[in-house]
Design a binder for this molecule. Structure first.
Ligand code: HEM
Length: 205
């Protein structure tokens, strides 16, 4: 940390809470996917992933600085340039999401929604085996993207000597004061919790 740097707030509470709800929901849905006995838990866990993804779409438009899609969604050139820079002596560093990680994030949100939708149609016994197979295929694709995401987080942490998993808990990174977000948005986090809880409950009734 240089003289001008501080431990600054980067990730607001809805981003952090949403992240761990989505990660936990996905893990639980994966573990309970094959069991008839755990069907309601599986549906509630899937509903949690869908609820977080829907909230995140809105938060990507009205949330704090680094939560906004406009801050981190970039084209393939930016992602490739970022990845190339990791191999050089001066790896590019981003306060928010990097442009390569952003692709995994967008894919995870989209796959969370699509997997949930196909799962819901299967649960409603609509479309026969079609949606069941689609649901399984999408869930496996999502698992593959999660693995890429985790490798990306590990590489980013090593290259930048920054504990990225911890930043998703504390919301804080070392950086210039001018780069900090102003508030953690606890009220929005409570809305997220209420919305996700209500959706998971409604879907699994
Ligand atoms: C132990 C497991 C996990 C760890 C340590 C982890 C860590 C992280 C970190 C550090 C970031 C921020 C990356 C950055 O600096 O740009 C992030 C973002 C993200 N991760 Fe994970 N992750 C985990 C599991 C998952 C899983 C299972 C999913 C989805 C099913 C997921 C979905 C996301 C999403 C959507 C974001 C973007 C957050 C936002 O901006 O709202 N993560 N994760």
């Amino acid at each position: 940390m240089t003289a001008t740097e501080r431990n600054i707030l980067v990730w607001d509470l809805p981003v952090r809470l949403g992240h761990w709800l989505m990660a936990g929901g996905f893990a639980l849905a994966w573990l309970t996917g094959d069991s008839e006995e755990w069907r309601l838990v599986h549906v509630a866990a899937g509903g949690t992933v869908v609820g977080v993804a829907l909230f995140r779409l809105l938060w990507g438009l009205v949330g704090t600085r680094y939560a906004r899609f406009a801050d981190f969604v970039r084209g393939p050139h930016a992602a490739i340039a970022y990845l190339k820079s990791l191999l050089g002596p001066r790896p590019a560093h981003c306060v928010g999401h990097n442009p390569a990680g952003a692709w995994a994030i967008v894919l995870l949100l989209a796959l969370g929604l699509l997997t949930g939708a196909a799962g819901w149609l299967t649960y409603q016994e609509i479309g026969g085996e079609l949606f069941e197979e689609l649901h399984e295929g999408l869930a496996s694709t999502m698992l593959a993207v999660v693995v890429v995401h985790l490798v990306g987080v590990a590489v980013g942490s090593l290259v930048h000597r920054e504990n990225l998993p911890r930043t998703m808990i504390t919301g804080r990174k070392i950086g210039a004061t001018r780069d900090a977000i102003i508030g953690a948005r606890p009220l929005a986090a409570m809305v997220l919790l209420g919305w996700v809880g209500a959706l998971a409950w409604l879907l699994s009734r």
